[in-house]
Design a protein around this ligand. Sequence first.
Ligand code: MN
Length: 128
Amino acid sequence: MKRKVLLVEDNPQNRYLITFLLEKSGYEVVIAEDGEEAVEAVPQHRPDVILMDVQLPKIDGYEATRRIKSDERFSAIPVLALTAHSMKGDRAKALEAGCDDYITKPVDIDVLLRRIEEVLGPQPGSAS
Ligand code: MN
């Protein structure tokens, strides 16, 4: 059983790159392109972990996280915020909104995979 990542990202290039790298690492990836889609995708796809860009159209990543975390069926799903490197305020806001951790953009794939494994435990069948 592949573990499922909900990737919430409005930038098509980032979406393509992160999806490619996660799939190559054995994850199933589902996509949401804005905050509204993210909130709708959670009950629909039941992801194991959510990667949440914070700057998004319609509903931003903070508000989308708040809505997801306020539903007790989904509040245990780890949310990793994707924040701009230069925006220190974004990280505080992300944690305040209920995100479990944050990853700075541009995303370093090794950091990303490590953070995902930290919240999910090592992937079944992986060497570690
Ligand atoms: Mn964005």
